[in-house]
Design a protein around this ligand. Structure first.
Ligand code: SPD
Length: 429
């Protein structure tokens, strides 16, 4: 006869494989597997990945629960195996030890609810709330896995289906194509959302068309980054374009997107495109002076391979490579998420192009933390982009190309800056 209601094993798994400790999908699979192997009936599982690292999750079983918190940076997992009835939770322990490749471990077993301390209350079940009797178990357990793009204080989470279409560690970053419920397939680099099927047009239309309609005759375009292909797709809609050079450092990004995001990566075979898989920062060091009408920097956030895309040297090289009326457009981060990077980039551009020649265009991306994002400009001798004079041309272009975000009003409105943004953009004295 049981002497306690439950059995609780508190486990320390140490010196585990850090990659496994950060892989929310495999941890969920292993935890569910650990429950099933011990003969438990799984009711539900909820797992959450924290960016850049850490996983928390729980598997609810008819016999109680299995829970985990991981610290990949320490190769450590804290696991609770709480069971009641006849289930042998040590089977789950053994299974997880193997799955996590734990080189060392310890465990404490506690009896919970000692029967010699408890008194049983027999009660009449018919007096329980009527609602309870109406509840039905849906007869399946649901998956609840979230991808989180965050800093220490703010996050954007997308629930994803668990489908992983691509997962490769390139020499530069981890490249993944995952599937979210709300926004379809998405490209993630090192745990940051780059683009999704359902909202990519916000970003790609806004990085391209305001500059293309501001420049009097954009013929020769340079794109740095933009490996998913969305930016070149938009640029190549313009008849004025004679040639586009795209320099993307990571061939894995291009490969992943061509295979799994074909609606975005649809312009790689365009006859006006020269695609170079190379370092864009090095490319600009030796680029010919006054050669590009528009340079678009479609980089990721200022960590990892994109860090150099936020430097004074890089933007000075861009300035030199632009033609007389040239325009630079750079992925500008968010004034509501990473204010520091946002402001510093603008101060850099003001320093190179001039205080009045570094306007900011704000737009909305639902899958980036805070939703508010920016493109930052460097204008050589061009009018301010908000002075759009060819509304009819824009409207015709928007209709012909079925654009879903950009139009003449959005063009002008995106250059309006809220007061808190004006304050961020002021150069420190
Ligand atoms: N936090 C996301 C920053 C934007 C990175 N670029 C996205 C690439 C889309 N072509």
């Amino acid at each position: 006869m049981n002497v306690a209601l439950g059995n609780h094993i508190l486990v320390e798994f140490m010196n585990c494989d850090p990659h496994i400790m950060n892989d929310v999908l495999s941890i969920e699979r292993d935890m569910v597997g650990a429950a099933q192997k011990a003969g438990a009936t799984v009711i539900n599982s909820t797992f959450h990945h924290f960016s850049p690292y850490g996983v928390s999750g729980v598997v609810v079983i008819q016999e109680s629960h299995l829970a985990i918190h991981t610290w990949p940076e320490y190769g450590y997992a804290a696991v609770d195996l709480f069971t009641c009835g006849e289930m042998n939770a040590w089977i789950s322990f053994d299974h997880l030890k193997e799955c996590f490749k734990a080189k060392s471990y310890s465990a404490i077993e506690l009896k919970r609810g000692s029967l010699n301390l408890l008194e049983r209350n027999d009660f009449d079940i018919s007096t329980m709330r009527s609602k309870a009797s109406e509840w039905r178990n849906p007869d399946f357990y649901t998956r609840n896995v979230w991808f989180t793009d965050k800093d220490e204080n703010q996050a954007l989470s997308l629930r994803f289906t668990g489908e992983v279409f691509y997962d490769v560690q390139s020499p530069f970053q981890r490249v993944r194509i995952l599937e979210s419920y709300k926004y379809g397939k998405m490209l993630a680099l090192d745990d940051m959302v780059m683009t999704t099927e359902q909202d990519e047009f916000h970003y790609h239309e806004m990085i391209s068309h305001p500059a293309m309609f501001t420049h009097p005759n954009p013929k020769n375009i340079l794109v740095i980054g933009g490996g998913d292909g969305g930016t070149i797709r938009e640029i190549l809609r313009h008849d004025s374009v004679e040639h586009v050079t795209m320099v993307e450092i990571d061939g894995e990004v291009i490969k992943a997107c061509k295979e799994h995001l074909p609606a975005i990566a649809c312009a790689f075979d365009h006859p006006k495109l020269t695609l170079l898989v190379d370092d864009g920062i090095a490319f600009l060091k030796t680029a010919q002076a006054s050669s590009y009408d528009i340079i678009i920097v479609d980089g990721s956030d200022p960590v990892g391979p994109a860090e150099g895309l936020f430097s004074v040297e890089f933007y000075t090289n861009c300035f030199n490579a632009l033609t007389e009326k040239g325009i630079l457009v750079a992925q500008g981060e968010s004034p509501k998420f990473n204010e520091k990077a946002f402001a510093e980039l603008n101060h850099t551009l003001q320093g190179i192009f001039g205080v009045d020649n570094a306007p900011v265009s704000l737009f909305y991306v639902p899958t980036y933390p805070s939703g508010m994002w920016s493109f930052q400009y460097g204008l050589k001798n061009t009018d301010h982009p908000k002075e759009l004079s060819n509304d009819d041309l824009v409207t015709k272009f928007v209709e012909e190309n079925n654009l879903r975000y950009y139009n003449a009003d959005i063009h002008k409105g995106s250059f309006a800056t809220p007061n808190f943004v004006k304050s961020l953009l002021k150069q420190p004295k």
